[in-house]
Design a protein around this ligand. Sequence first.
Ligand SMILES: [Zn+2]
Length: 274
Amino acid sequence: MNNEKIHIKLYSSGYCTASTKYIFPDQPAERIAFHATWALIDHPVLGKILFDTGYSYRFYESTRSLPNRIYRWITPVFHKKEEACLNKLLELKINPEEIRNIVISHFHADHIGGLRDFPGAKIWCSEIALEFALKINRFSAVFKGILKSQIPDDICRITSFPEEEFPESSISGLTAWRWQDDIYFIDLPGHARGQMGLYLKDTSYGDLLLCADAAWSVKAIHEKIYPSRMVSLISDNYSELTRTIDKLYNFHINNPQIKIVPAHCHETLQINRN
Ligand SMILES: [Zn+2]
């Protein structure tokens, strides 16, 4: 029955600009928008879930002074208030308290900007991702894409770790933790410490793998193109990042019907229109 499917919609809460050189080192450089996308997932058992929370006005607040201001200099951000996750939900007439679960793929500022707007939600992320985000000092954090002031003060109390709560399995070479029969957390390390994605079966858009920043474009996965070595400066582990792209490439070859959805790919927001 159609109403038992997972319904999903993707939104952008603004963007930063960066050169295509980082994604496709062999192509001519062109400045493009990296949209901070997040997903609203309506699951028949789990209810409304957010996958990441994009930017919010807090980005400007938290980058007003040093060291966080460096983030703004390196990546200028374009965000309008109405694009914030919370405001978009209100516009959709969704009470923010209906969001019981938020999956945080990783702690980069363009993925957790709206996190403080949902104090009643349970957060899911990998333990090593949270441990890293909390331990790293404020200055080093900026160079790893993390603005520590965006992390809720009580995060340890409201967070659960899939690797502790759910049985581990493997889906076509990717390490997975089963949340429900049709929704799995996926291990996607390299870009950021302990990055996780979500695999969703039989959604309104078919089977999907939300892979966050494991790759910055679908093309990079389909053609196994590694990002520029330059990104190793901001990545957690460049070798692991390339291993994850290899795994996603194999996953795609073995499961061409499953859409892999990177957060910042220019095709990502098109999914809503198909
Ligand atoms: Zn990232």
